[in-house]
Design a protein. Structure first.
Ligand SMILES: [Zn+2]
Length: 456
């Protein structure tokens, strides 16, 4: 059976030295032995930490990152960005979506994400008609994940309306739209097609309360429950103040409040953003067991606002990080901005709650491993028996980690450019990045460049 000998490794109980990690042919860890002898056939690594789950991603948006940073005629905001995104999305062909996703997933693996929850909302062809195979575009995502080796939680998106209260969708939203029956059939077909894969899990993503009427939300969840009553459910919530105002006007409740009251969100749920919550919503969301999906680089890029982290963590709320629009593709960058945003807001330092002397980088990395694993609904996020062998091997000889040990390595990773020291990356017991390189990265990058040339 394959095994790895790590000079030091981050285990659930803390850092341990001379750790032998064994896993089975399916990539599940079967033994973790600290203080083990180095002899034997086990391969050697320096410092091993669990790879990070990315709990929120729209892969195609990677190809428009950097293209929306030009001043518009007046007052750019989230909504003007969305208008540009809709134009971009109108032209994408299936093979371009696969090429963009594959390039993105290689970048993610090299940066320390070992799994990704793809919030996949492109279903129809450029005219808004269904493809012969409803799952055509979802299949492209699964293919890209398979080609790169990243673990996938595939979340087909339900999208029906243009705003709260059943407003008609716009022409620009035609590629996203599915009736509830068609959506449920898509979900069922993905479950069938991906059954047996140890790399892929299927859930659902009602896009938002703007885009999904309550009856459709209930019906989609009921259909999912018949197939898999533990499958993850993700939804965007309270990203923008206008969304909160519109939700209040529609229902008398704020988005997170509505979801907690009406959808009874629990540990299966991930509420993405939750940027605009009252202290009471933050307390209730924390108590619900749901995960808050935080995407600080996208939230900064789009001018969303800052998540109320201090209130939320005071209630022991769960969170993970996501790359969302993929302007940033690094878990360390998301966590750094999560903490830095709070420092800028409160004009103090080290705001993630931690006992005296505890590492902030370590606190954030551990919390987002746990929240990310819960959000993806996969046994990942820890070097422990029964979890998948999804690791990063850090090179402590790299200058950016010099002088660091234990959680200091995670502080360097998060706050001091330490990602340059991510040397090898393993998913499901197989190295997908070695010496900082993915074996297919040149071919994937060429496909990506070709896709962008055609789009231009
Ligand atoms: Zn999103």
């Amino acid at each position: 059976m394959p095994a790895l000998f790590a000079e030091t490794a981050l285990l659930p109980q803390g850092w341990a030295d001379r750790v032998r990690i064994d896993w089975d042919a399916a990539g599940t860890i079967t033994a973790v032995t600290p203080g083990a002898p180095a002899q034997g056939s086990a391969e050697r690594a320096d410092a091993v930490v669990p790879g990070m789950p990315n709990l929120h991603c729209h892969a195609f948006q990677r190809a428009m990152a950097g293209l929306t940073e030009r001043a518009g005629p007046a007052g750019d905001d989230f909504w003007s960005w969305r208008a540009v995104m809709y134009k971009f999305v109108a032209a994408l062909e299936p093979e371009q979506i696969a090429a963009i996703a594959a390039q993105l997933y290689v970048e993610m693996l090299k940066a320390g994400y070992t799994s990704v929850a793809e919030f996949h909302y492109l279903h129809n062809d450029p005219e808004g008609k269904p493809y012969a195979d409803r799952a055509e575009l979802a299949n492209q995502i699964a293919l890209a994940a398979g080609a790169t080796g990243i673990r996938l939680t595939l979340l087909p998106v339900l999208y029906q309306t243009g705003n709260f209260g059943g407003a008609a969708p716009s022409e620009a939203q035609r590629r996203f739209l599915l009736k509830t029956d068609a959506f449920n059939a898509l979900v069922e077909s993905l479950f069938k097609a991906l059954r047996g894969s140890r790399h892929v899990r299927v859930g659902i993503a009602p896009h938002s309360l703007r885009a999904v009427p309550p009856a459709a939300l209930r019906e989609a969840k009921a259909a999912l429950d018949k197939i898999d009553p533990t499958a993850p459910i993700h939804i965007h919530a309270a990203e923008q103040t206008k969304e909160v105002e519109d939700c209040l006007a529609w229902s008398g409740k704020r988005p997170v409040e509505w979801l907690l009251d009406e959808a009874k969100c629990d540990a299966r749920w991930t509420l993405v953003h939750c940027t605009h919550m009252t202290a009471d919503e933050a307390r209730r969301l924390a108590a619900s067991g749901a995960t808050a999906g935080l995407c600080p680089t996208t939230e900064a890029d789009l001018g969303d606002g800052l998540f109320p982290l201090v209130d939320y963590l005071a209630g022991k709320g769960r969170f993970g990080v996501g790359s969302d629009s993929n302007v940033g593709v690094s878990p360390a960058e998301e966590l750094r901005w999560l903490e830095w945003g709070q420092r800028l807001l409160h004009r103090r330092r080290n705001l993630a709650p931690a006992p005296e002397g505890a590492s902030i980088g370590g606190t954030l990395w551990r919390a987002s491993l746990a929240g990310g694993a819960q959000a993806l609904g996969q046994p990942v996020g820890a070097v422990a028996v029964g979890r998948r062998a999804d690791f990063l091997a850090l090179d402590r000889a790299h200058p950016c980690l010099a002088g660091h040990m234990g959680d200091g390595l995670l502080d360097a990773l998060v706050f001091a450019g330490g990602t340059a020291a991510i040397r090898h990356v393993m998913v499901g017991g197989r190295w997908v990045v070695r010496e900082g390189r993915h074996p297919a990265e040149e071919r994937i990058a060429e496909n990506y460049r070709a896709a962008l040339r055609r789009l231009a």
